[in-house]
Write a protein that binds this ligand. Structure first.
Ligand SMILES: *Cc1c(COP(=O)(O)O)cnc(C)c1O
Length: 487
């Protein structure tokens, strides 16, 4: 499989190079030009790990098969559930539980595997540099990436998070990370400032060529190695529905995805391109409804108020992976480069009617306002007996608006215990300032088990205390690059 840059499709690279580099030089994202076909009927009796092998070996055909198989087994052995991502019921719909990984967020599905993919890629292209992973996080990617990469040889990782834009639990998860190669920095800004910083470090004004002994790479969903493992659970949940007798092979299913950077939902689009019978991909947004507006009108406008919500991982105004969709639908990298330039310079762009209608063929979008979210969390518990986190609640609300046209799967992206105070408040109208007290009370109320990685968090020692201004971000990166170049 070859991968091209969304802003210059004359540039074609191997999967290994795409994964090691993360982002193309002119700022484009590496994207497959063709998709292998996966037969659902061949997956019916396979474990999640075996399905992952089928999908990933088709997409990354250059990887050594045995090594890939072993990597998948090791990565998903870290989940505290044999099925890895079980499918359960929520009312008349289905809940895809993506939160059983080591940090209780769906990002574990990709970030437990990415270090292995990167390592294999690195060997394939005979790269002998140190790898420096730069990551921007709105809360969950940070911890999942830190856990995935900690103490990986020849690799160093810095995570930037918005000082006031993550939950207390998310912060504690990150700043208590152990490992000799981990570095966590709070930025006095929002997620978009963090993401921009990472993109700048790669870009023309960046450091790519100044530090020849270091290879910059990314653990964000701008890296195709992050996106590909997410394709698998669209297939696995479909197979699950078939095996449970809920659908027949070939019948269409819709997926509702709580969306921020558009990575998760784009993986669903790729699954559809690989032959999965998908009717609609429903993009669920919170108050930061830039994607809902785009899918409904064709105008992408980031010049709007930024809201801090109870679903921080979706508090994003510049949704990176939409660029990949624009390329896959238009197959015109000059056009995509122009849109992205407009977005950068003017803060908005508008796609033409034909492109829009092709996008609307596959995607629907709804936004859920903050004041509806608490009611939805209560409703899911009282009516359907499910305790869900605020991100999942946004999707649950979007699913209600969508209706029940075909069997529908709601992606549940985090454990409710990651957002204990906010979730508890939905039931008792009391905001507990101590997240651990809220966790215990929520456990009493629901009987749902607290994941081990969260129950032991309170006792963990704080190891990372850096807080910096946005303007000092590049210097922080450069200092680390200098250090890595010397030793
Ligand atoms: C990252 C995240 C999302 C959004 O996923 P994208 O791939 O950025 O669209 C939704 N929910 C949770 C809990 C997340 O951590």
């Amino acid at each position: 499989m070859e991968f091209v840059s969304t802003r210059n499709d004359g540039l074609k690279v191997s999967a290994s190079r795409a994964i090691v580099e993360g982002l193309s030089r002119e700022g484009g994202l590496f994207t497959p030009t063709a998709f292998p076909h996966i037969e659902v009927k061949d997956l019916l009796d396979k474990s999640y790990q075996e399905m992952a092998f089928e999908v990933l070996s088709a997409l990354f055909s250059e990887f050594d098969k045995e090594e890939l198989r072993n990597s998948i087994n090791k990565a998903y052995g870290l989940f505290d559930c044999d099925e890895v991502v079980p499918l359960s019921d929520i009312g008349d719909k289905h809940l895809l539980e993506l939160y059983h990984g080591p940090t209780s967020a769906f990002k574990d599905v990709a970030l437990t595997l990415l270090p292995y993919l990167l390592n294999m890629s690195y060997k394939n292209i005979a790269c002998d540099k140190k790898i420096y992973i730069l990551t921007a996080t709105s809360g969950d990617t940070g911890k999942a990436a830190l856990e995935g990469f900690k103490d990986v040889e020849n690799t160093y990782i810095t995570v930037f998070y918005p000082e006031d834009g993550v939950s207390q639990i998310q912060r504690k998860q990150m700043i208590s990370t152990t490992g000799k190669n981990t570095h966590v920095v709070a930025i006095k800004g929002n997620f978009d400032d963090c993401q921009k910083l990472v993109k700048q470090a790669y870009g023309l004004d960046g450091f790519r060529d100044d530090y020849p002994k270091v290879q910059l790479s990314s653990a964000n969903s701008i890296n195709i190695g992050r996106l590909a493992p997410q394709i698998v659970y669209y297939f696995s949940s479909y197979v699950n529905l078939v095996n449970k007798g809920k659908i027949n092979i070939g019948e269409e299913v819709s997926f509702v995805v709580p969306t921020g950077n558009f990575g998760d939902i784009l993986a669903g689009y790729m699954a559809k391109k690989m032959g999965l019978p998908v009717k609609d991909l429903i993009c669920a947004s919170n108050d930061n409804d830039v994607l809902t507006e785009f899918i409904n009108t064709g105008v992408y406008n980031r010049n709007r108020e930024f809201h801090l919500t109870t679903s921080p991982s979706m508090d994003i105004l510049v949704s990176s992976n939409l660029e990949r969709l624009l390329y896959l639908v238009s197959e015109d990298s000059d056009l995509v480069a122009k849109y992205m330039n407009d977005l950068n310079e003017k803060g908005f762009y508008q796609v033409d009617g034909e492109l829009l209608s092709r996008i609307q063929n596959d995607f629907k979008a709804y936004s859920i306002k903050s004041d509806e979210v608490n009611e939805l969390i209560r409703e899911a518990f009282e009516k359907d007996g499910r305790l869900i986190d605020p991100h999942t609640a946004v999707a649950y609300g979007a699913a209600k608006k969508y209706g029940l046209k075909v069997p529908t799967v709601i992606l549940s992206t985090a454990s409710p215990y990651k957002f204990s105070s906010n979730v508890y408040k939905c039931f008792k109208d009391e905001m507990l300032s101590d997240e651990y007290e809220a966790m215990a009370k929520l456990n009493e109320l629901s009987g749902m088990r607290i994941p081990k990685n969260l129950s032991c968090l309170k006792e963990m020692e704080v190891r990372h205390k850096n807080v910096i201004e946005i303007k000092d971000g590049l210097k922080t990166i450069e200092d680390k690059l200098k250090e890595l170049s010397h030793d």
